[in-house]
Design a protein around this ligand. Structure first.
Ligand code: IDP
Ligand code: MG
Length: 172
């Protein structure tokens, strides 16, 4: 009981610290997005929205890393195909920062299945099938933290803390 209350308190504190303008989300352009030359367009959308890029790289991910990234889906029938797809070419993992970055990032992506994604969203505009949906985005602050640690393990070197001159024109 005491432990439970303590853990809830810790989680609240964690979410409080991670909220606000410093909230971070993990966004990754999948192999089909890279192959189809959509990296620039996708980066542009997040930049134009006003989010701040704090980490980005290109990597041809090992299956082990992808299995960890998608661990919660390991029992799904599409899991082997998902890992094969994600390891079929380079990906571009990124960290974007800003107010409500996780939730807004998901809105910008659209639904998991592009057929349900509204025009104007990334998946709504650039893809057709769920198994080739070009982009990943964290679904909660907690999973964002996990994913950022997984893909950018050296927090000091891999993720860059910098002040944006545009900030005072984006936030009131
Ligand atoms: P999300 O990417 O919108 O968070 P998740 O349910 O977490 O969606 O699924 C992770 C990824 O697994 C999806 O983006 C998609 O690439 C793939 N996926 C999900 N459902 C299916 C399916 O029914 N068939 C094939 N691939 C799927
Ligand atoms: Mg997901």
């Amino acid at each position: 009981m005491v432990l439970c209350t303590f853990l809830t308190l810790l989680q609240f504190l964690f979410e409080f610290i991670m909220s606000g303008k410093n909230e971070r989300t993990f966004i990754m352009i999948k192999p089909d997005g890279v192959q189809r030359g959509l990296v620039g367009k996708i980066v542009q959308r997040f930049e134009e929205k006003g989010f701040k890029l704090v980490a980005m790289k290109m990597v041809w991910a090992e299956e082990d890393l992808l299995k960890k990234h998608y661990a919660d889906l390991s029992s799904k029938p599409f899991f082997p195909g998902l890992v094969k797809y994600m390891s079929s070419g380079p990906v571009v993992p990124m960290v974007w920062e800003g107010l409500n970055a996780v939730k807004t990032g998901r809105f910008m992506l659209g639904e998991t299945n592009p057929k349900d994604s509204a025009p104007g969203t990334i998946r709504g505009d650039y893809c057709i099938e769920v198994g080739r949906n070009i982009i990943h985005g964290s679904d909660s602050v907690e999973s964002a933290t996990k994913e950022i640690n997984l893909w950018f393990p050296d927090k000091k070197k891999d993720v860059v803390d910098w002040a944006s001159w545009a900030e005072k024109w984006i936030y009131e």
